[in-house]
Design a protein around this ligand. Sequence first.
Ligand SMILES: [Fe+2]
Length: 144
Amino acid sequence: MKKHFICKVCGYVALDGKTDKCPVCGKSGVFEEKEDVFKEGGEVLSEAEKKHVPKLSVKKDCQLIDGSVAVRAVIGDIVHPMQAEHLILEVTFYLDNQYLSITKLSAQSLPAAVALVAGGKGAKAQVIAYCNLHGRWFNEIELN
Ligand SMILES: [Fe+2]
């Protein structure tokens, strides 16, 4: 069982283990260590995993800023519903386990988000999607 620190205020997961201050809500002293704060997909995805594990791709030279790389996440292999009672609320991006950005979604959004990074050769991006009913789901991709 894996343990991670999670912010009691906003639910941010500190993949890098830094717990002095939450980079999302800005509060200090708010992390608690918990087991299994997110699920990961296995080699063969179950039906639930297909709807929740972020499907990641990398678009080099995404043209917004010269040389920028887009990390793209779609939730999931079977596109997750976006209804008031069941939806993906947020997608959090990390670069080498450090907080990068967070995209908040609504029932009017598509279950997808993009984060831009500069270059990132050799780095890995991690993504956690948060479903209001089914919790947090993790995936990771190499940027090359
Ligand atoms: Fe769900």
